[in-house]
Design a protein around this ligand. Structure first.
Ligand code: TNX
Length: 532
């Protein structure tokens, strides 16, 4: 085992460990290098200083008390450390427990330039995390979590130690919107499924979860003023399975669970197309005099709302009002894709009118890229999935764009021809193809709000199947959204990704063991050299 040169604080720490354990233990730190710790997303700047911080039962967490949300971030970290290591670290506790190393989470006095930016300064006896907001602090503690080895470095003792390498990290995201979308309409997923997914996404600094809550095959959110939407429209899903929906209380539970992870839920009600389930519930909505039937197939583009009906706008307003009140985030997604049976002039009229309703309830409208062809404001956002021309039209209108190019960023595309689930209309997307592209060269950075990787659910009906398509690719999208291009490199990333296996397995995530990753390259725990 190579020795490292111990700096003064490490020597002090070493002495403390020996003393505190009141055993004659001599600990040699393994060689630790902060710059080689398999972090995802890769941070902006890392400076390693070659020492080690000992996380053990004599570590305590302190946080700024008056800065909103900081103490909650400290408690979240303490919980996650307990689940990983069994250590119970006190948070802002004045109690008399012996404390030898400190993790302090501080409201930063200087401007870090970005609300999610953070700085970490790790020495032999302290980890100092500075951020301007609780969101920044929360991103920073994900880095701390990732720096804690999955196994303690010294397994032969009753006082195990987890060694974190010393140095500095300055970090901030390149895009403010780093999302994944889940289609809960084609197949429904439970509150528990969503919580499991959200918790893992937050470890990789994803900050928005876009929920596709309605489509031809199912309406999934309770709207109190239009109860048949879920009573009738929520009863089916693709393939004849049983459907389901979130009550408003359940949706709020998801919103709050996500908010504790500084993840914003972006609700989508897809209109005027993709509305068969709504029109089955209330046949007046489609305006063609026919009562449609519940639909369990996968074709798209056959349904529309009646864009010239006051009842339809009353319906839209009720839905936007109720759902906006439950969604504290700034965005409301109106869909707007594949309205193949809506006349062009009707589509334009509809989107223009719905944009005003969304704004009336204090939200910023997002729509799939087709909405760029209407007369909407520059404050609305186009989500590009299919058409570069629509992206350019949106930019010409001064709108911001969210990037979701289907041939790179669709989580529902098969990895290859042998994939158990998924579609392939946009091509196969193996794990390397998902990572090796440049959102930065798609459009100038100032026009791009960020990235969203959609997971459509025609071919998946439970959390195992969801995880098969999402992992490991969504981890790569998290990095594309956070890390600048000059810090990204596939050969380096694939080793960092291999090192996520132990975490994913501990979280019981059934990821696809992509053959382009050497999963055995990761997770070699370094052991401390201890002599009793
Ligand atoms: C296209 S992407 C759709 C969805 C499908 C998806 C399947 C988009 C805006 N519309 O309705 O589920 O393809 O990959």
């Amino acid at each position: 085992m190579p020795k490292i040169s111990l700096n003064q604080s490490s020597i002090l720490l070493l002495a403390l460990i020996i003393f505190s354990c009141s055993k004659k233990r001599v600990i040699e730190f393994p060689e630790t290098n902060l710059a080689e710790q398999h972090l995802i997303p890769q941070p902006l700047e890392i400076t390693a200083s070659g020492g080690g911080f000992a996380l053990d039962e004599f570590t305590a967490i302190t946080t700024s008390i008056n800065a909103e949300g900081f103490e909650a971030v400290g408690r979240f970290l303490s919980d996650k450390i307990r689940l990983k290591t069994g250590l119970q670290l006190p948070v802002n506790s004045g109690k008399s427990k012996k404390v030898e190393t400190i993790i302090s989470i501080n409201y930063a006095l200087k401007d870090l330039g970005n609300h999610e930016a953070y700085e970490l300064s790790i020495s032999g006896d302290s980890i100092k995390l500075d951020a301007n907001t609780a969101a920044g602090a929360f991103r920073g503690i994900q880095t701390i979590r990732q720096l804690i080895p999955e196994q303690s470095n010294d397994t032969l003792t009753t006082n195990p130690v987890w060694v974190i390498p010393t140095g500095e990290i300055n970090d901030a995201p390149q895009y403010q919107y780093r999302a994944t979308m889940l289609d809960v309409s084609r197949h429904f997923f439970s509150v528990e499924d969503l919580k499991k997914y959200i918790d893992v996404l937050s470890y990789y600094k994803i900050n928005h979860l876009h929920l596709h809550l309605s489509d031809d095959q199912g309406w999934r959110i309770e709207i109190k003023s239009w109860p048949r939407l879920t009573e009738v429209g929520g009863s089916t899903e693709v393939g004849g399975e049983s459907g389901g929906f979130f009550t408003q209380e359940e949706y709020t539970d998801i919103v709050n669970f996500a908010a504790r992870r500084h993840i914003t839920i972006v609700p989508e009600i897809d209109m005027p197309g993709h509305t068969n389930a709504a029109s089955v519930s209330y046949p007046i909505l489609n305006g063609n005099g026919k009562t449609p039937e519940l639909y369990e197939g996968t074709a798209v583009g056959f349904s529309t709302l009646n864009t010239r009906s006051d009842t339809v706008y009353k319906f839209v307003e009720d839905v936007v009002r109720e759902l906006s009140a439950l969604s504290p985030g700034p965005y409301f997604h109106i869909g707007g894709d594949e309205s193949h049976v809506t006349k062009k002039e009707d589509y334009i009229y509809f989107v223009n009118r719905v944009e005003k309703i969304v704004q009336k309830y204090g939200k910023r409208m997002i729509g799939w890229d087709e909405v760029a062809n209407t007369d909407i404001d520059s404050t609305s956002i186009a989500q590009v999935w299919a058409s570069r021309e629509n992206a350019e039209t949106a930019v010409a209108k001064g709108m911001k764009v969210i990037l979701s190019p289907a041939n790179k960023a669709y989580l529902d595309m098969k990895y290859d021809s042998t994939s158990r689930h998924g579609l392939n209309w946009a091509g196969f997307i193996p794990t390397d193809t998902a990572y090796i592209w440049s959102p930065e060269s798609y459009l100038p950075k100032e026009n791009v709000l960020g990235l969203d990787a959609p997971l459509w659910s025609e071919t998946i009906s439970n959390i195992d199947e969801l995880e098969y398509l999402a992992f490991p690719r969504v981890i790569g999208y998290a990095e594309l959204g956070w890390t600048i291009e000059s810090n990204r490199d596939w050969d380096d990333y694939k080793v960092r990704l291999a090192n996520q296996a132990a975490f994913l397995e501990r979280m019981k995530v059934k990821y696809y063991p992509s053959p382009v990753i050497d999963w055995n390259a990761g997770n070699k725990p370094t052991t401390l050299n201890i002599q009793n």
